[in-house]
Design a protein around this ligand. Sequence first.
Ligand SMILES: [Zn+2]
Length: 102
Amino acid sequence: MIPPGSLIRTQQWKLYVGFAGLGISGLAMFFDASVAALFSVSRYMPTLVGTFVGLLSFAWLSLVIRCSNCGLRFFWHAVSSKTAGGWLAWLVAAEKCPRCGQ
Ligand SMILES: [Zn+2]
């Protein structure tokens, strides 16, 4: 849950869509044999599609969660400048844009 004062509060649906994509990607790749049997496709197809969906989801998250004032891409800023264990906590809790202060 996104706290009320968070700067991504109004954009949280974008975060959920991106994380859903990453989750689907992970499931497709982890359970590749089962997914392939379910859809009667090659065993490599779930991994291929999962990789594509994962990259697309990451790009989505990086591009669409932005500051409405200066355009700073918050997700990309978080994953590229914060620690591996701290980026999500920062993204959810931050209340002011680090570039423009709004
Ligand atoms: Zn800004």
